[in-house]
Design a protein around this ligand. Structure first.
Ligand code: ZN
Length: 65
């Protein structure tokens, strides 16, 4: 990740199928209301597993990673 997440901000994320790491794809500027009809080819920064995922909305909360 280029910079650390901001608490209270929404992100579109996927969860790594291999290690369950939460992978943030990009900031969701709609506050969790954007439609998620895309699939993303993602390489996990944690374990390097590559997979195709549907994104989901995620709000960064204090203490969450
Ligand atoms: Zn992983």
């Amino acid at each position: 990740m280029p910079h650390s997440p901001e608490v209270g901000s929404w992100y579109v994320v996927v969860t790594c199928q291999n290690c369950n790491f939460t992978i943030r794809l990009f900031r969701d500027l709609t506050g969790g209301k954007s439609s998620l009809d895309a699939r993303y080819l993602v390489t996990c920064p944690h374990c390097k597993h590559q997979g195709e995922y549907e994104g989901r909305h995620y709000q960064q909360l204090p203490g969450n990673n």
